[in-house]
Design a protein around this ligand. Structure first.
Ligand code: NAD
Length: 332
């Protein structure tokens, strides 16, 4: 792998981010138990191969992800890295978006990440908060942290797409720089595309996470806690079986599909091993024609098999297309 991983500009932040970003939730052992040394090696390999965005949260593995990422980052040139973490979510049912808690939370994250500043600080899963609190209390507190130089840019994350315009239509310009959406730009769900023109018009950077639909689009399948309804799980399992029978890697197919959308600055994939990092960088280079493959992403024979598999996967996934699941407060 000699080609360079392409970068895209993250909205009006001006940050140039690698199209493939390192999702650090697996470093918190949220999918399976991981060995810390393997996780650190994965971060180092990702950086070596051109990944410059690393996304974590105090929620992932009850702070373990931030701690492991911090240990890995201290050996890398900090100014070349975009460190993203979050505030507000601390457990499956534990949320606190108050100014007091998030200010303390940032101090704790800085210590765990072993860094003097966070490039992108995001309100984590805002559908679990009263959205007016995000507008009136959380974002102003984050603006004060920006003024103190502890945070460079501010983002909001969540599952239901409707929470983003609610907050963005009420917050002052510049209060939010980036939106992180997850499980809405993948082979089975592309509903984020409908929101992109609105986000672009506001100059926001767009991050998409979970292009493998949190493990649904993998040969090993999703973790037991996966919240998708049965018809989505069944359709994705059928798509994975079809790919396996054709000798096609469904994760590579899914990642290439997600990375080809130029409106998404970076796509975060969960990774915790050197092997998975290498496989995903290789898929990214093939998808964007930067790895010596043809336009379809790979050698002609393999690309032909992938194109045929893609058509069949889209047919298999059609009954579950854009089907999602409830998340957050009923009013959101
Ligand atoms: P994902 O869709 O990236 O799937 C991750 C799973 O797929 C892990 O089990 C990983 O080991 C596996 N995987 C990755 N590459 C693979 C490959 N090539 N072959 C087989 N398996 C592979 O889901 P995710 O990890 O939940 O999302 C990515 C990142 O996005 C997270 O780590 C997190 O940083 C971010 N995220 C944020 C939010 C939020 O802010 N609300 C929500 C979801 C995800």
């Amino acid at each position: 792998m000699h080609a360079k991983l392409p970068r895209r500009v993250l909205g009006s932040t001006g940050l140039e981010v690698s199209v493939l970003g390192f999702g650090a939730s697996p470093l918190g052992s949220v999918f399976e138990e991981i060995n810390e040394a393997d996780g650190i090696a994965a971060v180092h390999e990702a950086f070596r191969l051109g990944i410059n965005v690393f996304d974590t949260s105090p929620f992932y593995g009850a702070t373990k992800s931030e701690t492991v990422l911090g240990k890995a980052l201290k050996d890398l040139p900090r100014e070349q890295i975009v460190v993203c973490t979050k505030v507000g979510r601390y457990g499956p049912e534990l949320f606190d978006f108050s100014a007091e808690r998030i200010t303390a939370s940032v101090a704790e994250s800085l210590a765990r990440l072993q860094t003097p500043y966070i490039d992108l600080l995001q309100c984590h899963d805002i559908e679990f908060a009263p959205l007016d609190q995000i507008v009136n209390e959380t974002l102003p507190a984050l603006a004060r942290l920006k003024e103190r130089g502890l945070v460079r840019f501010v983002g909001i994350t969540g599952l239901p797409l409707g929470v983003f315009p609610y907050v963005l239509d009420r917050a002052p310009p510049g209060a939010v720089d980036v939106v992180l959406s997850y499980c809405h730009y993948s082979l089975n769900d592309t509903s984020l595309a409908g929101l992109v023109p609105y986000l672009r018009a506001k100059g926001l950077g767009v991050i998409s996470a979970s292009p493998l639909s949190m493990g649904l689009l993998t040969k090993q399948g999703p973790p037991s806690w996966h919240p998708a309804p049965p018809e989505v799980k069944a359709a994705c399992a059928a798509a994975a079986s079809h790919c396996a029978a054709q000798g096609v890697d469904i994760s590579s197919l899914a990642l290439k599909f997600a990375l080809r959308n130029p409106d998404i600055a970076t796509t975060l994939v969960g990774m915790a091993s050197v092997e998975v990092v290498r496989a995903n960088v290789e898929s990214a280079l093939a998808a964007l024609g930067a790895g010596g493959g043809d336009a379809a992403g790979g050698t002609s024979e393999a690309a032909g098999a992938e194109l045929r598999a893609l058509a069949e996967v889209e047919r298999i996934l059609a009954p579950a297309r854009d089907v999602t699941w409830p998340s957050g407060r009923p009013e959101n």
